[in-house]
Design a protein around this ligand. Structure first.
Ligand code: UDP
Length: 338
């Protein structure tokens, strides 16, 4: 009789029954999205260990957690061997520069954290028999030729362009995550995060939300790149981390396949600039600046999969989310971090 070759089961991580207080490790937990995730996890009773090298993250984002009995911060580069002396139930891999300005300045670190850092984070999850979630990105779709983007679209990425270091690192990270599932039986999740905004973005990280808000608040012209007809869809950060938490906990048999999380309300960058002017009451002008190379023309998540398997949809409308974000940036400018 013919037998079908199967992978040896011996090196598969045993499925673990989770009991007691869960322990979550968040790489990049001092970053914008990571720190909001940490707040959510602590609120749900997790012990949380943050690993962050503070290259683009900031201790200010987790300063309010100092002394919290369930919180631990370790300053470490996740491309180096990760050792933890405690059991771990969940590994959330969020470490990476994520703004186009940051990853253009740090292309090698971006490639390293997406490849070597993902390998180390997966290794930690395997060693601890923990469930692993990769923070991937809509950038895996590149400058998309399918609109809106569904998870089964393979993307249109220039590997050697200015965004290649980020896009390809995340595509590699997705492949590595699937390989660990396949070869080691690790429980894995992949979230593809679309444009997200909210408090704790860095005023000068170069992304469009902090750029336009800080320009509007200081009366400087808003720099619209190109003719401003390129589109984006903006998701408020609390909606995003709610969707991510649901994905990690989801037991659907397809939960290991990528899930888009984002807000499907799409607008042009010019419309977005006008909305910022309206909400800040600023009298700033709009100034055209050159469109960066490979800037995606359009981006809108298809969230049918998230709706179906996570029962998730965003709740915060743009005007409300922007009001909270503008308040935060006003506090920052006055020197009162929230
Ligand atoms: N953008 C802009 N002015 C800025 C910063 C960004 O017009 O000062 C545009 C950028 O060209 C892109 C969009 O806003 O089309 C979103 O840019 P961001 O850097 O926030 O993220 P991306 O979605 O490109 O990764």
């Amino acid at each position: 009789m013919l037998s079908v070759p199967t992978r040896p089961m011996a090196n598969r991580a045993p499925k673990k029954k989770r009991t007691g207080t869960p322990h979550s490790v968040v790489t990049g937990g001092a970053g914008f999205v990571g720190s909001h995730l940490v707040d959510l996890l602590l609120g749900r009773g997790h012990h949380v260990t943050v690993l962050d090298n503070l290259v683009t993250g900031s201790v200010d984002n987790v300063a309010h957690l100092a002394g919290h009995p369930n919180f631990r911060f370790i300053q470490q580069d996740v491309t180096e061997y990760l050792f933890l002396d405690t059991p771990v139930d969940f590994v959330w891999h969020f470490a990476s520069p994520a703004s186009p300005v940051d990853y253009r300045e740090l292309p090698i670190q971006t490639l390293k954290v997406g490849s070597l850092g993902t390998h180390k984070a997966l290794g930690l999850a395997k060693h601890k028999s923990a469930r692993f979630l990769l923070a991937s990105t809509s950038e895996v779709y590149g400058d998309p030729q399918v609109h809106p983007q569904t998870e089964d679209y393979w993307g249109h990425v220039n590997p050697i362009g200015p965004r290649g270091c980020y896009d390809e690192a995340k595509r590699f990270a997705e492949a590595m995550t699937m390989a660990y599932r396949e070869e080691h039986g690790l429980e894995t999740r992949i979230v593809r995060i679309f444009n997200t905004y909210g408090p704790r973005m860095r005023l000068r990280d170069g992304r469009v939300v902090p750029a336009f808000v800080s320009q509007a608040l200081s009366g400087k012209p808003l720099t619209v790149f190109g003719d401003g007809s390129q589109t984006r869809s903006f998701c408020y950060v609390s909606d995003l981390v709610d969707g991510i938490y649901r994905l990690m906990m989801c037991r659907d048999r397809t939960a290991h396949l990528p899930v888009n999380i984002g807000n499907p309300t799409e607008m042009t960058i010019l419309q977005f600039a006008e909305e910022i002017l309206r909400l800040t009451g600023s009298r700033s002008r709009i100034r055209r600046a050159p469109l960066p190379k490979d800037d995606p023309r359009q981006r809108q998540p298809d969230i049918s999969r998230a709706r179906k398997i996570l029962k998730w949809a965003p709740k915060i409308v743009l005007s409300e989310g922007l009001r909270r974000t503008i308040d935060y940036f006003c506090g920052q400018r006055r020197g009162n971090p929230v």
